[in-house]
Design a protein around this ligand. Structure first.
Ligand code: 13P
Length: 251
């Protein structure tokens, strides 16, 4: 049985005061949700603030990005060791906004995945197709390509210490959610592809759905057998809404 995980990806949102208030709400409301893993991924500059707020709560800390490089002369970059040092347990890699707005290639994403694991954290590997790719029936080919880049570089065994997030790009921030069946179909495709390499690892890896998940649609998406929780954008910025999604995963 896979334990559900709900992770909030705050993206480039929040300031010291609003983050303080958001975390107060999340920490208070999450105390009774022991059967779901919960994580929040603030912007880099607020990791320390959120980490100190988390203290003994069960909510884990994650980062939204990482440099693939080892420490050195890389102005403006943040290394995996630094994130570990700030208390991060998870790091999102390959988010579609990084892939499309910042030109991150499959190869670069795989390298980021590798450095996150090397530093002792869990990568949340995002995969997903563009609208035109779905409309031209390329969803499986795109997701397979993104997944294979990591399998080829890091090996199937690495997925014992990783989370996958399927995020169809057309559903991110658009209010247009994939139907539960559309999500399930791609999640099952991902798991089957991994199962061909190692059944035990495939059955254990958590595959989250992301893309316009809200309190009102979370339960029906999470009810699908291969959906093990969610990666939440906009709805993770409101404590009550985020907690309702966490509750839906626990049910
Ligand atoms: P929204 O939930 O705002 O659609 O964003 C999803 C996402 O990109 C999470 O990483």
């Amino acid at each position: 049985m896979r334990r559900p995980l709900v992770a909030g990806n705050w993206k480039m949102n929040g300031l010291r005061a609003s983050i303080n208030a958001l975390m107060d709400g999340v920490i208070t409301g999450s105390s009774g949700l022991g059967s779901t893993d919960i994580a929040v991924c603030p912007p880099f500059v607020y990791l320390a603030q959120v980490h100190s707020q988390l203290a003994t709560s069960q909510v884990a800390l994650g980062a939204q990005n990482v440099s693939h490089e080892s420490p050195g002369a890389f102005t403006g970059e943040i290394s995996a060791d630094m994130l570990k040092d700030q208390g991060c347990a998870y790091v999102v890699v390959g988010h579609s906004e990084r892939r499309s707005l910042y030109g991150e290639s499959d190869d670069l994403v795989a390298r980021k995945y590798a450095v996150v694991q090397k530093a002792g954290m869990i990568p949340i590997l995002c995969v997903g197709e563009l609208l035109e790719e779905r409309e031209s029936n390329q969803t499986e080919a795109v997701v397979a390509r993104q997944l294979d880049a990591v399998v080829n570089m890091c090996g199937i065994a690495s997925f014992a210490h990783a989370v996958i997030a399927y995020e169809p790009v057309w559903a991110i921030g658009t209010g247009r959610t994939a139907t539960p069946q559309q999500a399930q179909d791609v999640h099952a495709f991902i798991r089957t592809r991994l199962r061909d390499l190692d059944a035990k690892i495939a059955d254990g890896v958590r595959i989250l759905y992301g893309g316009s998940v809200k309190a009102s649609n979370a339960a029906e998406i999470f009810a699908k057998p291969d959906v093990d929780g969610g990666l939440i954008g906009g709805a993770s910025l409101k404590a009550e809404e985020f907690l309702a999604i966490c509750k839906a995963a626990a049910a």
